[in-house]
Design a protein around this ligand. Structure first.
Ligand code: ZN
Length: 205
């Protein structure tokens, strides 16, 4: 399966682009993550996506195949109106179909109502680093799959997810997920990995 293809079942209603207030803070954060190439494009395929929670079962997420775009506009965002990860289904509207990893974000939101934002990025260097250094990790299952959803639940079973707000996807090369109470904390949790990585380099030097 080509990366970036939507695998879950969904109903999508093309509607007017989302209101500015729903996505402006995502876009501000995304500019920094894009500058770091944690969101971007490789071999013609866009990667990386960001979401923020709107209500218990609703969140705004960047649209499918937007990773290559330097700046996003209202029509590049999608509103997830409801989702059921066990049924592998979601309902969305907006100017764009949601990211192929939208249901993975949904599973993270299901871990705790305190989680308010999720970022999924790609980085070979950080992915290798996390796999070697004892970070939480999902087993060798593909991105955007039902197995991935089950894996996320298994990894965080009986623990406070916010104590371990980043994990690495063994079966999705370069794939990393960070989450947090809000977009700011989510971004800082992501940078925490970079900070640990930089520390490990300086120790080696
Ligand atoms: Zn990915």
């Amino acid at each position: 399966m080509i990366d970036g293809v939507i695998k879950y079942n969904f109903d999508f209603t093309l509607s007017k682009p989302l209101e500015y207030k729903l996505w402006k803070d995502i876009e501000i954060l995304r500019k920094r993550v894009f500058a770091l190439k944690l969101i971007g494009e490789k071999e013609g395929i866009g990667y990386g996506n960001i979401s923020k929670r709107v209500s218990k079962k609703s969140f705004v997420i960047t649209g499918t195949q937007t990773g290559n775009l330097k700046n996003l506009k209202a029509e590049n965002f999608s509103l997830i109106e409801s989702f059921d990860d066990e049924k592998f289904y979601l309902k969305s509207s907006g100017g764009a179909k949601p990211s192929s990893e939208a249901l993975t974000h949904g599973s993270v939101y299901d871990l705790s109502e305190k989680i308010g934002a999720v970022i999924h990025v790609h980085s070979k260097i950080l992915w290798d680093f996390m796999l070697k250094n004892g970070y939480k990790k999902t087993k060798d299952v593909p991105y955007g799959s039902l197995e991935m959803i089950k894996e996320i639940k298994a990894v965080y079973k009986d623990i406070d997810p916010l104590k371990f707000p980043v994990f690495v996807m063994s079966g999705h090369e370069e794939g990393i997920v960070a989450f947090g109470e809000d977009l700011n904390r989510c971004e800082l949790n992501l940078y925490e990995i970079i900070s640990d990585f930089m520390d490990s380099i300086s120790k080696d030097a």
